[in-house]
Write a protein of this length. Structure first.
Length: 293
């Protein structure tokens, strides 16, 4: 890991902050590269002890247990600190983070991008989502979101975004945006200026599921990476209930992972039941199906 990356990532470690902050994937050499941390007493860990039930009536609604079935392995830029992943048509969009190293790119999956732009330092890029001819890109703590042309990725405008930017996706049926901020909360927003229109707390077995990160809207459901784990959850945004938990472990072996490499990035493949999944600093991306565990 270069010294530039170490310094850029270290900007996220700010002791004493009152807002939820990312913490490292402790199992992946956290002492070398911290993604962020959670102050003591700020939040509870993000997974319930018994993931068997959830929903409006926790005792009656079972949570589906799924795993990933790999269909294809594709190359992925191991330098990419992946924050957002989404497919529109045959184009894969990816947004990356790190102050001074953030970017957004578009192109065919597994091939060199046809368009790519870097964010000016010190902006820290986060989640992305495509709205037809335009694309939104969040920033982590820079207080802005950037609207771009979806073809050229040229910046069109900036709007205020006072919350922490993490994940983002467009729920097309309701034409609303859904965003995460690293807590157990999903916030609903207008697609024009990202104004808040509502929120829901995500729960499993009656407990909040925190560290919700990159998001993918599929029909009436939302998929979310849970940082810093190999778990993806499927959420009913109407209630906040987790309806499925997906085990994505085993995709990458330890010797292939750089410090700070964690699962983050899920993109539905249009017209199929398949997904593309990858992670921060992962050298590979996987086309998968979610099948019963």
């Amino acid at each position: 890991m270069s010294e530039r990356v170490r310094r850029a990532t270290a900007e996220r470690v700010r002791p004493g902050t009152a807002r939820p902050v990312r913490r490292a994937a402790a199992a992946v050499l956290a002492s070398v590269l911290l993604l962020a941390f959670r102050p003591a007493g700020d939040r509870t860990p993000g997974v319930a002890a018994n993931p068997a039930v959830s929903g409006r009536h926790a005792s009656a609604h079972r949570v589906e247990r799924l795993r990933v079935k790999v269909l294809e392995v594709l190359p992925h830029d191991r330098r990419a600190f992946t924050e957002g992943l989404e497919m529109a048509g045959g184009t894969l969009y990816e947004g990356t983070g790190l102050a001074g190293g953030s970017s957004v790119q578009a192109g065919p999956p597994g091939k060199p991008p046809k368009a790519r732009v870097k964010l000016p330092s010190p902006l820290f890029g986060e989640g992305i989502t495509v709205l037809g001819r335009t694309l939104w890109q969040l920033t982590w703590r820079d207080g802005i979101a950037i609207e771009r042309d979806a073809t050229t990725l040229k910046e069109l405008r900036r709007v205020p975004y006072p919350d922490e930017g993490w994940g983002m996706c467009l729920q097309r049926g309701t034409q609303r945006l859904i965003t995460s901020d690293g807590s157990a909360r999903l916030t609903f927003r207008s697609p024009g200026r990202l104004a808040r229109t509502g929120a829901v707390t995500v729960t499993e077995s009656g407990r909040p599921v925190t560290e919700l990160n990159e998001l993918e809207c599929v029909g009436s459901t939302v998929y979310a990476n849970v940082l810093p784990t190999d778990r993806i959850v499927r959420i009913d945004p109407a209630t906040g209930a987790v309806t499925a938990t997906i085990d994505a472990s085993g995709l990458m072996s330890g010797e292939d992972l750089a410090p700070g490499a964690v699962l983050n990035g899920i993109a539905a493949v249009p017209g199929t039941d398949q997904f593309l999944v990858t992670g921060k600093f992962w050298p590979r991306m996987f086309r998968v199906e979610f099948v019963p565990a």
